[in-house]
Design a protein around this ligand. Sequence first.
Ligand code: ADP
Length: 421
Amino acid sequence: MSLLLGCIADDFTGATDLASMLTRAGMRTVQVIDVPKPADGVPQADAIVVALKSRTIPAAEAIAQSLAACRWLKAAGARQFFFKYCSTFDSTDKGNIGPVADALLAELSEDFSIVCPAYPENGRSIYMGHLFVGQQLLSDSPMRNHPLTPMTDSNLVRVMGRQTPARVGLVALPTIRAGAAAIDEAFKKMRGGGFRYAVCDAVDESNLMAIGHAAADLKLITGGSGVALGLPDNFRKAGLLAETEADRPLPPAGGGAVVLAGSCSEATRRQVEVMRRDHPAFRIDPAKLAKNFDAAVAEAIAWGRQQAGPFLIYSSDEPAHVADVQAKLGRERAGSLVEAAFAAIAPALVAGGIRRIVVAGGETSGAVVKALGVKQLAIGPVIEPGVPATVSLGEPGLALALKSGNFGGDAFFLTALARLR
Ligand code: ADP
């Protein structure tokens, strides 16, 4: 088996989303956290997604990290490359999408790529170059007020045009609807006319499939997870990817199970309530952590080790209490104390035999995965939209479900525990 698709994602949950999409479409996919060291080895996979944290860092650093990822993927034998960014095109006029895409094209000795953040399943569609979030133009959506990447222009040809010295054009919906051959024709014309990027309209999955097919021969594709939908088919047509069933089960990890909830988002708080009804639960109190961190952490670990079945350790709290704690300790300190607590608790529980872990919270997931020394995740079937089951590669294999705070229905923890084997 050789590596077909090498992906570079500008954040962790975006990487998981893309990996999950490729898995669903039948590619064996591994997500690696940061650019692997030579000693980490190259996992056996059809697609590898390198998860960076480069969305809002200075452009020069984002370029350096993305190039390091690209070179590693090249050395691993990738045939095609994918630069994954957010479906709301999160960026500023300084970057990082344009500068990173330019650098990747140069690295791959190529002069043309597409720009397609569309993800109709999640309400992100592009029409006449304008990005919509649900029924709103991007510039009318809440993204307008994002603290780091406020999106005040919906015209992606213009937005991308401000991030690159190169020419940016549009392949509009009528051409996209005419199918892969027409799109390919449009790409050739643009390329010949000196355009480096083609923003591609897409309002439904058939558009994304057609764009994916037309992009079969592009060395680099840039976009959201949606446009990856059509890529596995290209490899199948070329005889490089077997006609295997999607969503292969992962190898079982065995062992005990825990839910670690460090998110205070509404969905997570409801999930905590549902699980608490009939499972043992232990609350982490930031005030106690501030008073005597080691004692509070030791108490949680000792309690966890006594549990026979699945249990919950949570810091989730309602907004008023969180505000109180933040007023006393400071927002940063409260957050980092809780993250450090989960980072200390998780490895101790694994040492005691826990092998299946559900984590709620983006930052919390990052802290836990890092503390556990997890560097590579094999991606399995989706548990609920946006959250696949995963198994860490290396010893011991851990079954992990990493959920961003607001994802999942009320019974998510129970569903996830049942699905992690
Ligand atoms: P989400 O995905 O919901 O944003 P994150 O884990 O990314 O969740 O962020 C939650 C942040 O809140 C983390 O930094 C976490 O440590 C912090 N936190 C968790 N519980 C509390 C609490 N009870 N009081 C204050 N901060 C908390």
